[in-house]
Design a protein around this ligand. Structure first.
Ligand code: PLP
Length: 435
């Protein structure tokens, strides 16, 4: 029996009548496909589509589903809250419990500024707070980092070709959506390049409110901070009175309980959390050092701090806090990266991998770690990765089709990992022999 997706195709045709482009998110369709796969439900670490196919899911909804689908503790907490109402337009006691938890867990969190629904909103609010605190306007962001779909945050985070990026010391500000406003107040810097950032601070220091970055640039084919880079940034930000913001929307509650700031031992002034903190329910927040985070008043939002998502976050963190939780995730992540390394060695394919908490990353085509966003154009074999992801999909495995960043969840099983590695072995072997 071949892999069939006829029902998905038909549903996509039906969607053309009412949805622009037939989609609500461009990321719902794999880059090689003419239509998205319509999913019917998720259970454990798997998703099931409308044509009866199932997939071991390493995409993990781009990060939030750290507990997997329909986790009993999370489902129980959410069902309980459902019976009590979800949007009470008032704080409840759970909100204080949740904020206290973050203050106890996250190194930079003296206080929580506000709870919101998405990572985009949290970053927008963090930038505002930095402007209120410093009285300055400009923001420095790193080429390749993604901070959400707001005008300012969605700049220079994706480019088809390296030429579009411009000169390294005078990079283009690439806009991604038609109608996006000019990012006048933004300066683009290079990951892992303290000289570049120091030069920017020297030239514009009295105008710069904040430096925002993903401490692990997970949105580019993952780029990890070189030893000393985050520490150096911390020093530069102190020297030039620039607020250091870690966007932990991906790394928070994913790489470990204390996020990337705990993992690398560098404490930012502000940090934003989203995705995994809610275990699949939309909740985000800004936390930070008291004097910085208190500089602007609470952000407002109709759905902000709603009781359902607060209950979901409390339940999710409750599971994440259990002894051995991250050790188990990292063991499974390492099984995947060790397996990929062995397979690639067998077939003479260069690869770089990393396993960190529930995230495992692979860059095919190079055995050197990427240093910045520009690096992957020269080093990464995107075509081979895409071919692998496509082949896996047809064999019941959903990997991240966009980046070599994948996730395990609390309900991933040894059998699922073994099966995935066996399929990858077969596919990569086939690709190499066909060359
Ligand atoms: N920050 C990072 C690092 C992200 O990866 C994303 C989304 O992928 C965001 C912020 C935006 O979060 P959201 O999609 O919840 O608005």
């Amino acid at each position: 029996m071949g892999y069939k997706t006829e029902k998905s195709k038909t549903l996509f045709q039906k969607a053309q009548r009412c949805l622009v482009g037939g989609l609500s998110s461009s990321f719902h369709k794999a880059p090689w496909s003419d239509y998205p796969i319509y999913m019917e439900h998720g259970k454990g670490a798997k998703v099931y589509d409308v044509d009866g196919n199932s997939y071991i899911d390493f995409l993990n909804a781009f990060g939030p589903n750290i507990l997997g689908y329909v986790h009993p503790d999370l489902t129980k907490a959410v069902e309980k809250q459902l019976q009590k109402g979800t949007l009470l337009a008032a704080p409840n006691e759970d909100l204080i419990t949740l904020a206290n938890k973050l203050v106890d867990i996250v190194p930079c969190a003296d206080k929580v500024s506000a709870f919101m629904s998405s990572g985009s909103e949290a970053n927008m609010h963090a930038i505002r707070v930095s402007r209120a605190y410093t009285g300055k306007r400009k923001i420095v962001k790193i080429e390749g980092c993604y901070h959400g779909s707001m005008d300012e945050e969605k700049v220079s985070c994706d480019a088809e070709r390296i030429e579009a990026l411009g000169e390294r010391d005078n990079p283009n500000k690439i806009k991604h959506i038609k109608g996006q406003k000019d990012p006048d107040d933004m300066i683009i810097a290079m990951f892992n390049d303290l000289d570049n950032i120091e030069h920017i601070f020297k030239t514009h220091g009295d105008e710069i409110a904040c430096m925002i970055l993903e401490p692990i640039m997970a949105n580019a084919d993952p780029v990890y901070p070189k030893p000393g880079f985050l520490e150096g940034l911390r020093k530069l930000c102190d020297e030039y009175h620039v607020v250091l913001i870690f966007d932990e929307v991906i790394t928070g509650f994913r790489v470990g309980l204390t996020g990337a700031q705990g993992y690398f031992g560098v404490t930012p002034d502000l940090a934003t959390f989203g995705k995994a903190i809610g275990g699949g329910y939309p909740i985000s927040c800004v936390v930070g050092k008291e004097e910085v985070v208190s500089a602007a008043t609470v952000a407002s939002g109709t759905f902000a701090a709603n009781a359902l998502c607060v209950a979901a976050a409390l339940a999710t963190i409750g599971v994440c806090e259990q002894p051995g939780f991250y050790e188990n995730l990292e063991r499974m992540s390492r099984k995947m990266t060790d397996g990929v390394e062995n397979i690639c060695k067998k077939y003479g394919i260069k690869v770089t991998t990393r396993a960190i908490g529930g995230m495992w990353t692979m860059v095919l085509g190079t055995d050197e770690e990427l240093v910045d966003y520009r690096d992957h154009y020269a080093k990464a074999d995107k075509a081979l990765y895409t071919k692998l992801v496509q082949g896996c999909m047809e064999r019941g495995i959903r990997l991240n089709p966009w980046r070599g960043r994948n996730y395990v969840c609390a309900q991933s099983t040894e059998e699922e990992l073994d099966y995935t590695l066996a399929v990858m072995d077969e596919l990569l072997g086939k690709f190499v022999s066909e060359k």
